[in-house]
Design a protein. Sequence first.
Lengths: 403, 403
Amino acid sequence: MLVVQKYGGSSVANAERIRRVARRVANVRAEGNSIVIVVSAMGDTTDDLINLVKEITSSPPEREMDMILSTGEQVSIALLAMAIKELGVPAISLNGIQVGIMTDNAHTRARILDVSTTRLKKELDRGNIVIVAGFQGIDESNDITTLGRGGSDTTAVALAVALKADLCEIYTDVDGVYTADPRIEPNAKKLDLVSYNEMLELANLGAVVLHPRSVELAMQYGIPLHVRSSFNHNLGTIVREVSSMEKTLVVTGVAYDLNVAKIGLYDVFDKPGIAYKLFKSLANEKINVDMIIQSATRNERNDISFTCSRNDLTKALSVVQKLLPEIGASGVTSNDNVAKVSIVGAGMVSNPGVAATMFGVLAEEGINLEMISTSEIKTSCVIEAGKAEKAVRVLHDKFNLAK
Amino acid sequence: MLVVQKYGGSSVANAERIRRVARRVANVRAEGNSIVIVVSAMGDTTDDLINLVKEITSSPPEREMDMILSTGEQVSIALLAMAIKELGVPAISLNGIQVGIMTDNAHTRARILDVSTTRLKKELDRGNIVIVAGFQGIDESNDITTLGRGGSDTTAVALAVALKADLCEIYTDVDGVYTADPRIEPNAKKLDLVSYNEMLELANLGAVVLHPRSVELAMQYGIPLHVRSSFNHNLGTIVREVSSMEKTLVVTGVAYDLNVAKIGLYDVFDKPGIAYKLFKSLANEKINVDMIIQSATRNERNDISFTCSRNDLTKALSVVQKLLPEIGASGVTSNDNVAKVSIVGAGMVSNPGVAATMFGVLAEEGINLEMISTSEIKTSCVIEAGKAEKAVRVLHDKFNLAK
């Protein structure tokens, strides 16, 4: 069997943990498998590098940021290759350039375009366990790019797709995907199985066990993922296509995200092209906008609200300010003291009233809803940040997720 | 003018020093020059990485060692590029793969075979200050190699050669090349000018300001080097071809090297091919042998002594042990408590008696000579390690180098 395994930063945070991963990998190989390992940077390495950069500049050029950040993974792949060879098992480390992980040139948030399998297959054919640096690639100019935080998950799935792997295991420091964050809701339950769509919503909504783009990619190519802990041998959560017969749970999980800021524009001109202009300008600055709400027309003016990540707030506000003459807003407000709380479940679409139940529970707790957004399988509300944890607990309880 | 500058690890050891280098570089550019900068890893980074490796294995595979060590320079080039851009000056960092610094595949001690100038010239044409990772390259398999400690000097000279640079400046933490190590001999004097050959001998003999291979390369292509301090604007030492009229000093400097171990073989068969077998076997294990002495024949048996670096001693002894049946030595001794003290000067060849003066001075001080080796421009003696500093001082004094 050809297995791709991904180990996150906490799984390789120090020499002892690297040796543990090495033993685990060696055992999987002893069972006769071919193995490709994707590794993140050790523990806090990425943060340490960012702090080093902050001593030099407050606005680092993104190309140079990728140059420096990509070293973190290069250190961990070399150490893991050494630890595996120390066990007498052949291994070789490859960085993004050496594998040929081609991306676009959106530095610090690049997307994978193609993965070359030439070198990977050559090393597998030689009997090597191949250890690949996660999170990084190269663009067409041969410049180093990174995929954004959590991008190693995407690297692993992309390699699994390119190599047509039989299995893609994502090792992390928790046992799998839970109905809610167990640190907040002690009754949260591990899910044995979630569909790609549910996982995608959960990942996008702040459940940090999997990078959303890795789920997208796995869904697109039908690669099943096994999310599990590197600290024990328990079975984790399988993420795969789930047939409708299996969709028994109306609500699968509750997620929350504190990395949210909200911007409101009042009395925007009500004419075609205004929303395009606004969100195109934000996109040009590579600001990811999440929820967008436009109120009904009133005196030929609209109110538009949207959310973005907190660290993009300043940039987003300056984009908005520049556009004011064109879009004609009478006022701009912003708030980064908000959180997004969401319920997710593939069964929601066929169960009317689930969203209403959510609103009711939050209202009972005196939690005000600032924005609402729904899809077929999720409902999200923006609320005051300080009430996010409480909201998670009451929703988890209301939808009986601990059962 | 096209200038190549190299900054060592102490010149970029922290954010403040990196900013200082950035200002210096920006000033040189403001004078209208094109600039390529070669940088080493920050301060103790390389040692920190080696310590990390030691936690995993005591015998790291050299390919993986190069994978991890090369990250040190990748961090410092990105930071320096950021610091220069922060001053409003365009800059870009390139690692060894991106430049195309082709080497052989002797990991951890690779030699540069070729430097591609395509990317370098493209970035210079765009007006960028180009910052290149020293010490690293790639072999024909696209694997990362390193050039050995101090290899960044060689990178700088190789780039200067490839780009036909007008000037190659080597910035370090001392003011230039001295007649002896100023920490040992307070009267040591900075030299304004030394010839390639003298510098080569000094570098090989333990004067650590320049990597010997960088001097070889500069000599081969006639690139003048300017060795100077990054902490002030004093003129340093020029290393270039020196015409005989300028060769006024009989002895230019005194050097010493504590990284020496000595191996002696007694009663080796006196027949053709024995020395070849011995030193070929050592070379196969990549052990650099420095001095070799074979005594006159005695009963059809020879004594052979040689020196190598201290960290190669164990490996060298095991090579020798394996060969004993073939070479027939009756005994093997080794000693790593020795040092090599040398005097260097292009004028020595035309001044008979210089070596004898050296031996006499050392004898007066009761320093025993365990091995002697001479060339046209240097004389080296292996002595007891504890007496090395004293030997440097008395030789410096005897040859009037403080004048």
